[in-house]
Ligand binder design. Structure first.
Ligand code: GLA
Length: 725
C-alpha cells in the first residue's frame, strides 16, 4: 500500500505541475511528493476547500462539492461549507479569516473569486467583496520536495474610503469532514517550555495564542492533528506552523456540523489595523503539511524544510559550532581578565564560539541598570572589547556577544534622554518586569537607533554572533504619538521592524550569526527562524527537565537550532545528575557549555574534552539527520532518541534511565531508519558496552530485536554511535 502511494506521488509530479488548475471544474490542485491540497470555486464564486491528504495525481477526480441546503433557520448552508478564506459576513458564525469595519459602520464582508495567477510553484487567487473593492489575495506557495504549502493573504483597500481590519488571519485549514480528531500542541511557562499534549478535539474552540507581544513561553505557534489513531511512526498527521513573532492566534474549532477547521494568523485580540484607500496589510506565512506516517514523520518534514528553506543560508549554512556562554559562570560580573580565563579553558575543551553574556555595557552590574546604554563599560573593559576578542580569536574561537536591544532600564542614560521611546499609555503606570521597559520598535527613530547600535558593534569589533535576548512581555502597549486611530498598528509594526533590523544587519554583515533568546524559549517560531541561526529553548538547563522540553521542541523545530548547554549542578530542582548525563542530553541539539569552568575538576575537564570531541564526530548526524523519537520522557522509565545521517552511514542512539525500580531491566530498544541489509559497527560513547553487547549487528536485528543498553539505577545515560560497514 505504502509503495503504491509513493509511486502515485512521483507520478503526480512527473505528469503534472505542483500547481494545477482544472478550468472545466474551476479546481486548484496543489501537489507535493508527500501530499495534496485542493480547493475550488463554487457556482456562487466562493472558494471551497476540497481535499487535504495523501498525494493525488488526477485533478479530474475532484469536483466542486454539491451546494448545501439550509438545514434550519439556525443552521444555514454557509456553516456546513468548508470555505477556504471566509470573511465575516452573511450567516457565518465560526472563526472568520477576515473581519473589517468600513468607515460608514458597515461590517458585512462576503468574498468571491475574482481572478488567479499561477507562476511556477506559486498560486495567487484574488477575491473581492460582493459590493465594494475590498480585495484579498490568497498566496499559496508549494514546496514539492518538502510536502509543505505556505499560505498567506494580502488585504488591499481599493475603495475610496477608510476601513479598519479587526481580524486578519493567514489561512484556514479544513480537515476532512468527521469527528474524533486529536490535537497535539505544546504549552508551558518560563523555564518549563514546550510541554507536549495530545488531547481530543471537541465541539467548540481551543485557542492557542500569545497576547504578550512576543511568541511567548505559554504556547508555541504550531499544531498537529490526527484522526485519533496516530503514533510517532504511524497514522495520518495534518500539521501547520505560523511564522510570526508577535501576538498570534491559532484557533482549533469543531463546528456542530462535523467540520474541524484551524484558523491562524495575527491575534485579533486588541487588534485594529486601519487601511486608508490604497493601503494593504500582509499577513504572516502559515505553513502546512500532511504526513502519512505519524508525528515523527511530520517532525522530520518540518525539520528538513526549516533547514533548507527557512534558516538563513538554507542547506548551505554551516553546522552549529560548539559554544561556550559565560552567563551561569559570571552573571553580571564580567571583566577582561575573567573572560580571558574562561576563554582559555573553553578553548582547551574544544569550544569553537565563545559568547560573553550580560554585564559588559553601561552601568550593568545587576538587572536594575544599564539596559539601553550599549557602550562598553570602561571599568570592566578599559581597552574596549578588542583585547578580549583578539584573545578569543587567537585561541581559534569566534566571539559572540549578548545584547538585549529592545529594552531599557529606568536607570539608564537612554531612558533619561528618551522617556517617550517606551511603549506606554500617557498618565498610566509603566509596569516594569525585571526592572525593564520595552522600546517602541514600531517608531522609526527607535528602529534606527537600535539598528545603529548593533551595526556599530558589528562594524567596530570582530563579532561573529549576537545572542539577542528579550526578557519581558509587553504591557500598556500604547503608542501615543501615532494617535488613537493608528496606535494599535504597534502590534504589527513592532514585529515588522524587529525583522527589518535583523534583515538589514545580516545583509550588511554577512558572516554575522544570531541566536534568538527570550528569557529562554519566549521567541521561537518560523518567523524569527528565517533570521536567526539558533534559538535558546529554555533558561532551564537542568538535564532531566530538558528531556521533555527537547521532546516538545523537536516536534516542530530542527535539533540544529536547539541550543543546549551543559551547566553546573545542583541545578533547578536541586538535582545533580552526572556530567556525562548532562552532556548526553545536550549533545542531542546544538551543544554548548554554560558551566563555570573555573570549578571544573581534572576529571570534569577530561570528560568534557572527550564529549566535545565525540559530539564533533556526530554533529552532522544530530543537526542535519533524521530524528526518531523512540521512547518519550512522558512515558516509561526510559527516554530514547535516535538520529540517522542523511546518507545513512552514521546513526546515534541516546538513552536515559529515570528511576529504576524492582531491579527491572530495560527491554531492548528497537531502532529505526536503518538499512536492514547493512551491518553496523556499535561504539558506546561512554566506553561502556552493555553486558553481552556485540560489536556489530545487522540493521534487521537492530530494528526488529533492538539493542540492549544495560541502563541501571537512577539517571543513568548512554549513547552509541552506529557506523554502517
Ligand atoms: C536571560 C537569558 C539568559 C541570560 C540572562 C542575562 O534570562 O535567557 O540566558 O542571557 O537573560 O541577563
Amino acid at each position: 500500500m505504502h509503495r503504491v502511494v509513493i509511486m502515485l506521488a512521483f507520478a503526480g509530479l512527473a505528469f503534472g505541475q505542483p500547481v494545477q488548475y482544472l478550468e472545466s471544474k474551476k479546481i486548484f490542485l496543489l501537489t507535493t511528493r508527500q501530499n495534496s491540497y485542493a480547493f475550488g470555486v463554487g457556482n456562487d464564486g466562493a472558494l471551497r476547500h476540497l481535499y487535504w491528504g495523501a498525494p493525488l495525481w488526477r485533478a479530474d477526480d475532484l469536483s466542486a462539492p454539491a451546494p448545501r441546503r439550509d438545514v434550519s433557520s439556525f443552521d444555514p448552508r454557509q456553516m456546513m461549507e468548508a470555505e477556504e478564506f471566509p470573511g465575516w459576513g452573511g450567516p457565518r458564525y465560526y472563526e472568520p479569516a477576515l473581519k473589517i469595519t468600513r468607515d460608514d459602520g458597515g461590517r458585512d464582508l462576503v468574498l468571491r473569486y475574482a481572478s488567479h495567477r499561477i507562476e511556477g510553484n506559486e498560486l495567487t487567487v484574488n477575491l473581492r467583496d460582493i459590493n465594494d473593492a475590498i480585495e484579498v489575495s490568497l498566496i499559496y506557495r508549494v514546496y514539492p520536495e518538502y510536502g509543505i504549502v505556505r499560505r498567506h493573504a494580502i488585504i488591499h483597500n481599493s475603495t475610496q474610503h477608510n476601513l479598519t481590519i479587526e481580524s486578519a488571519q493567514s489561512a484556514v485549514w479544513n480537515l476532512p469532514a468527521g469527528e474524533g480528531y486529536q490535537l497535539t500542541y505544546v504549552s508551558g511557562r518560563w523555564a518549563a517550555e514546550d510541554q507536549l499534549h495530545h488531547e481530543p478535539i471537541y465541539e467548540g474552540q481551543k485557542v492557542l495564542e500569545s497576547r504578550k507581544g512576543h511568541t511567548s513561553h505559554n504556547f508555541n505557534p504550531w499544531f498537529m492533528i490526527d484522526a485519533g489513531d496516530a503514533g510517532e511512526e504511524h497514522g495520518a498527521v495534518w500539521f501547520g506552523a505560523l511564522a510570526w513573532s508577535g501576538n498570534w492566534r491559532i484557533t482549533v474549532e469543531q463546528t456542530p456540523y462535523r467540520q474541524v477547521r484551524v484558523t491562524g494568523g495575527m491575534n485579533s485580540f486588541d487588534f485594529a489595523y486601519p487601511l486608508k484607500p490604497g493601503d494593504s496589510l500582509e499577513t504572516p506565512a502559515f505553513y502546512g503539511g500532511y504526513a502519512a506516517s505519524g508525528f515523527g514523520s511530520a517532525s522530520r518534514m518540518l525539520h528538513r524544510f526549516e533547514r533548507d528553506e527557512i534558516l538563513p543560508g538554507g542547506a548551505s549554512s554551516r553546522l552549529r559550532p560548539v559554544l561556550y556562554n559565560s552567563w551561569e559562570a559570571t552573571t553580571f560580573n564580567v571583566n577582561e581578565a575573567g573572560q580571558k580565563e574562561l576563554a582559555d579553558k573553553a578553548a582547551k575543551l574544544g569550544v569553537e564560539l565563545f559568547v560573553m553574556d550580560d554585564g559588559w555595557f553601561g552601568a550593568r552590574n545587576n538587572d536594575r541598570a544599564g539596559l539601553g546604554d550599549w557602550v562598553v563599560n570602561p571599568q570592566k573593559f578599559p581597552q574596549g572589547l578588542k583585547g578580549l576578542i583578539d584573545h578569543v580569536n587567537s585561541l581559534g574561537m569566534d566571539f559572540g556577544l549578548w545584547v538585549e536591544p529592545e529594552m531599557v532600564n529606568a536607570n539608564s542614560d537612554l531612558y533619561r534622554k528618551h522617556p517617550d521611546w517606551v511603549i506606554n499609555f500617557p498618565g498610566r503606570p509603566r509596569s516594569e518586569l525585571r526592572n525593564q521597559m520595552i522600546l517602541n520598535l514600531a517608531r522609526e527613530d527607535v528602529k534606527q537607533y537600535i539598528f545603529g547600535v548593533l551595526d556599530k558593534l558589528a562594524s567596530e569589533y570582530n563579532i561573529r554572533y549576537f545572542k539577542w535576548d528579550m526578557n519581558r512581555s509587553f504591557s500598556e502597549p500604547g503608542w501615543p504619538e501615532a494617535g488613537a486611530a493608528d496606535e494599535r498598528k504597534l502590534w504589527v509594526g513592532y514585529v515588522r521592524n524587529l525583522y527589518d533590523i535583523i534583515d538589514r544587519l545580516r545583509a550588511k554583515h554577512p558572516k554575522l550569526e544570531i541566536e534568538s533568546c527570550s528569557g529562554g524559549g519566549g521567541r521561537v517560531d518560523l518567523g524569527i527562524l528565517r533570521r536567526v541561526d539558533e534559538v535558546w529553548p529554555s533558561d532551564n538547563t537542568e538535564a532531566f527537565d530538558r528531556l521533555r522540553i527537547q521532546e516538545g521542541f523537536t516536534y516542530a523545530y530542527t535539533p540544529k537550532v536547539m541550543s543546549a548547554w551543559v551547566t553546573d549542578v545542583p541545578n533547578m530542582n536541586g538535582r545533580a545528575v552526572s556530567l556525562s548525563y548532562r552532556f548526553l542530553v545536550m549533545m542531542q541539539g546544538a551543544l554548548g557549555i554554560g558551566a563555570n569552568l573555573n570549578k571544573f575538576s581534572e576529571q570534569d575537564t577530561a570528560t568534557a574534552t572527550r564529549m566535545v570531541a565525540t559530539y564533533k564526530r556526530i554533529r552532522a548526524t544530530v543537526q542535519t539527520g533524521d530524528l526518531y523519537r523512540l521512547l518519550s520522557p512522558r512515558g516509561d522509565d526510559v527516554t530514547a532518541s535516535q538520529y540517522v545521517a542523511g546518507d545513512g552511514r552514521q546513526s546515534v542512539l541516546f538513552a536515559f534511565r529515570h528511576a529504576q525500580q524492582y531491579q527491572t531491566a530495560v527491554p531492548a530498544i528497537r531502532l529505526r531508519g536503518l538499512d536492514e541489509k547493512a551491518v553496523y559497527k556499535i561504539e558506546p560513547v561512554n566506553g561502556r558496552p552493555a553486558p553481552g553487547q556485540q560489536q556489530q549487528y545487522s540493521g534487521a536485528y537492530l530494528m526488529n530485536n533492538g539493542l540492549n543498553l544495560g541502563l541501571r539505577g537512577d539517571y543513568d545515560a548512554t549513547a552509541v554511535i552506529l557506523e554502517r560497514q
